[in-house]
Design a protein around this ligand. Structure first.
Ligand code: NI
Length: 174
């Protein structure tokens, strides 16, 4: 098991559009497994590869913690693609491991369908709503170099980015 270091904003990797994987081979499988362990350790419910400085289109998520279950329900995706989004919108308070200790309400399509390669290199399609919908859209945003503060007003965004910059500075001193 390898735990990756999670990048804290600002970092150029967090602004980079990641490239698709050719296939989910043993190397990508190992990356997915290590990303899951890193996410559980953090703890968080989603993690995108560029947050650990790997610039391929891979993400992991697991919402089990918030739904009260003890059993892990990991989802691993490579090359995820939103193939449907509802006109109905949804607002949810989002946070991000790369923007620690800060949260804000983000508005997104309420329901999305996503096509992706799973950890066995099999094409899957899933429907996501509620928190899962926000989570998967948030992680796919990461793969396009977008963080949740990019969805906020410039004022709200700047407040959070300043707070995160201070947290990052304090982390570097320790
Ligand atoms: Ni995030």
């Amino acid at each position: 098991m390898t735990l990756y270091t999670i990048l804290v904003n600002p970092e150029s990797a967090l602004k980079t559009v990641s490239h698709p994987v050719d296939q989910v081979d043993k190397i990508v499988q190992a990356q997915m497994q290590n990303m899951l362990e890193t996410m559980y350790e953090a703890p968080g419910i989603g993690l995108a590869a560029n947050q650990i400085n790997i610039l391929n289109r891979v993400l992991v998520m697991d919402l089990a913690d918030v739904s009260g279950g003890e059993n892990k329900t990991p989802i691993c995706m490579a090359n995820p693609e939103i193939i449907f989004e509802s006109e109905e919108r949804s607002v949810w308070e989002e946070g991000c491991l790369s923007l620690p200790e800060n949260f804000a309400e983000v508005e997104r399509p309420a329901i999305v369908r996503v096509k992706y390669l799973d950890e066995t290199n099999t094409m899957q399609e899933g429907k996501f709503e509620g928190l899962a919908s926000h989570c998967v859209q948030h992680e796919i945003d990461h793969l396009d170099g977008i963080v949740f503060t990019d969805h906020l007003s410039r004022l709200r965004k700047n407040i959070i980015l300043r707070k995160v910059a201070k947290i990052k500075k304090d982390m570097d001193i320790l």
